[in-house]
Design a protein around this ligand. Sequence first.
Ligand SMILES: NC(=O)c1ccc[n+]([C@@H]2O[C@H](COP(=O)([O-])OP(=O)(O)OC[C@H]3O[C@@H](n4cnc5c(N)ncnc54)[C@H](O)[C@@H]3O)[C@@H](O)[C@H]2O)c1
Ligand SMILES: [Zn+2]
Length: 350
Amino acid sequence: MVRRFDMPQIVIRQQPTELIAEFFARITYSQVVVLADENTAQFCYPLIQAAIPEHQRITIKAGEEQKTLETCQQVWEQLTNLKLDRHSLIIILGGGVLGDMGGFCAATYKRGIDFVLMPTTLLAQADASVGGKLGIDFMGYKNHIGVFCEPQATLISPAFLKTLPERELRSGFAEVIKHCIISDKVTWDTLRKKNVADQDWETLLAHSVDFKRGVVATDPKEKGLRKILNFGHTIGHAVESYYLQSGNRIFHGEAIAIGMVAEAAIATSKNLLKNSERDEITAYLKITYPHITIPANRKIIFDFMLQDKKNKGNKILMALPEGIGKARWDVEVTREEINSALDFYQSVYT
Ligand SMILES: NC(=O)c1ccc[n+]([C@@H]2O[C@H](COP(=O)([O-])OP(=O)(O)OC[C@H]3O[C@@H](n4cnc5c(N)ncnc54)[C@H](O)[C@@H]3O)[C@@H](O)[C@H]2O)c1
Ligand SMILES: [Zn+2]
């Protein structure tokens, strides 16, 4: 049976069929169900179908709007109709939405059955599938209901990325960039010499996964070190929320790219990062991500920032790079500093 809080095995292979074969070589289940969304059912499932022992498939609609209790209910109903017992396995084949929501369904069905994550977006491979956070959106709040629970294994294949829409790939790439800036100057120097289309995903994913895994193992409940993963996210989330509310959604990674430019500028103003390092980060993000307008009324952005779960009282706290390859967290930042940083972001693109 699963030891729910152990770090799972995370395996990366170019061939997804190898991942499946290796997993089933050491364990058997009474029943196996593959949970997919309409896109992963079409593009990813055919790559693994033949390698999975006898199984059923459940397919749900795609998109963040599906990350709800209603969809969980549909999944639980189908699992019940399929008479899945506690010795069954669910293979979750999809991006972060399916990983968070499907994992939550598996972790709660009959008090928890085994599940395997097979992330199919870059965001899910490099970020969402590591760390055991599962859940759904509720009453308009993201990830409002959920649990910490680890899968039996996480099986990652860059082969799935070939069918991923380009904008999704670029969005997930922001998390890979973030991992390099806060943890590893050498990998950053390799990454920034190539554009998104030419990256060596197998190597970069191994890097991202190792790094995030190490951070999560040291600080599973985000009391300290894990907060460094929020670099780019304080400002990024605020801009993302603003666009979401205005009905003009931008992608998560696009928002985080804005956040990384602005927060690198704040790190420079606090003498944590040299001007040349800030410019290096900014130059790469500028060629990789489109310019996005920051609203002239900055109060809207501050109001979103003040709602950040990571703040203490009315203080805005950020994770900032300390040179390239290192970061510190809980750095207090003033409105004036944020204002200048947003001006800096705007000036970079003019
Ligand atoms: N648990 C965590 O630690 C964590 C961390 C970061 C983000 N998240 C969550 O992840 C979610 C976002 O994940 P996402 O960006 O992967 O979105 P997603 O799961 O919605 O996938 C994006 C789109 O790509 C499609 N798709 C997926 N794989 C494909 C493939 N290989 N080929 C073609 N199409 C494919 C999907 O059907 C969907 O339409 C958010 O809900 C966020 O809260 C969780
Ligand atoms: Zn993120």
